[in-house]
Design a protein around this ligand. Structure first.
Ligand code: PMP
Ligand code: GLN
Length: 382
């Protein structure tokens, strides 16, 4: 039977496509964003212990109390936010589920949601499935900062939500304190809710502080703040994330969450609660860990013909390849994986309408030394 697609523009994600190409060409995979190394041994031991110790049935739908209280504690310690673990924190099956639930619980037919291009791929399908319309506003290249005037100009009486992402995938740009203030100004006295995607909250460089919207009480009162343990503990396959939102927003969020998945994998919640309590140094040291990797990768690429853009956060390096090829970025990535044996992600995949002359691709540097070195060796030949 044929059905009319509810997502006619959607195909297989670029991350899956490039990972499949990487595997069929036996290429070094710097495309899809995931670490190719494991998280802390203690975390994996706790997970095994939890499974062998009887934590194998449904968790409470909103998340294990111990994990919710660690999330609230971390939000207080790092961002000064007064977060109530019982009513304002919900554990989800990855940030992706949280993003869907936050959009589904507020967006109605005809509502507009502003997204800032280039943006992560799961926002727009979630908006469309809920009858909303994504309104795309471009970040200001080459720094990929938010042009707040363009955001103001995009607001209409139908604007229901604004989605921000800092540190930013794919560009590695980050908010500064002024961005938060402007965001608060723009949304003051409106019905606009904020979805703040902060999955890379613990990966910010040069001693910067992550500008969580939780730092600003006025903003926090209208925001769904979403993060993911996948990025923080090198366990993207565990799919555990969370949403912090004020009580009234969390109550609506939980109505969707309880029917989307009901609850998240119990043993992982036990293990994450333990490591958050026992080893906060893991996430406190993550900036230094990834900054070293960023430096190593940039040095390895220094004598290639790629031009490296600055990276302030997250684990992605954008490079301009215009000295090597005048192909469009998708064709260049297809050529690169087949001919140079290195997979990357074309930045145009994150745009509704990519700038015509943009020649940028994204490499993920959350990869082991061997892989980064082997990839750089191949890229040096170009
Ligand atoms: N938002 C951004 C910006 C991401 O890069 C990702 C995944 N890499 C997600 C959300 C989804 O996170 P999760 O894997 O926890 O669903
Ligand atoms: N977020 C990852 C990236 O940007 C991909 C996750 C996925 O494949 N869904 O590469």
């Amino acid at each position: 039977m044929n059905i009319e697609s509810k997502l006619p523009k959607v195909g297989t994600t670029i991350f899956t496509v490039m990972s499949q190409l990487a595997s069929s060409h036996k290429a070094e995979n710097l495309g899809q964003g995931f670490p190719d190394f494991d998280g802390p041994q203690a975390l994996r031991d706790s997970l095994t212990k939890a499974m062998n110790g009887g934590f194998n049935q449904y968790a409470p739908a909103s998340g294990l109390p111990a994990l919710r209280s660690e999330i609230a504690r971390k939000s207080r310690a790092l961002y000064g936010a007064q977060v109530d673990a019982d009513s304002e924190v919900t554990v989800t099956s990855g940030a992706t589920e949280a993003i869907f639930a936050a959009i589904a619980c507020v967006v109605r037919r005809g509502d507009e949601v502003i997204v800032l291009d280039p943006c992560y791929d799961c926002y727009e399908p979630a908006i469309e499935l809920n009858g909303g319309v994504a309104v795309h506003v471009s970040l200001h290249a080459p720094a990929f900062s938010v042009d707040w005037q363009r955001v103001r100009d995009a607001i209409t009486p139908r604007t229901r939500m604004l989605i921000v992402n800092t540190p930013h995938n794919p560009t590695g740009s980050v908010f500064d304190a002024a961005d938060l203030e402007t965001l608060a100004d723009i949304t003051r006295d409106t019905r606009i809710l904020v979805l703040s995607d902060e999955v890379y909250e613990h990966i910010v460089f040069e001693g910067r502080e992550h500008q969580s919207v939780l730092r600003n009480a006025e903003l926090a009162a209208r925001s769904f703040v979403i993060s993911s343990f996948g990025k923080t503990y090198h366990c993207t396959g565990w799919k555990v994330g969370y949403c912090v939102a004020p009580r009234n927003l969390s109550a609506e969020f939980r109505k969707v969450h309880q029917y989307l998945t009901f609850c998240t994998f119990t043993p992982a919640q036990v293990a994450l609660a333990e490591i958050l309590a026992q080893q906060p140094e893991h996430y406190l040291q993550l900036p230094a860990f990834y900054q070293a990797r960023r430096e190593q990768f940039r040095q390895l690429l220094a004598d290639t013909r790629f031009k490296l853009l600055p990276v302030a956060g997250a684990y992605f390096q954008l490079v301009d390849y215009s000295a090597i090829s005048d192909k469009d970025d998708l064709s260049f990535c297809e050529w690169l994986v087949a001919n140079a044996g290195v997979a990357a992600i074309p930045v145009s995949a994150f745009y509704e309408t990519p700038p015509a002359d943009m020649r940028l691709i994204r490499f993920c540097f959350a990869k082991s030394d061997d892989v980064l070195q082997a990839a750089a060796e191949r890229l040096r030949q170009l």
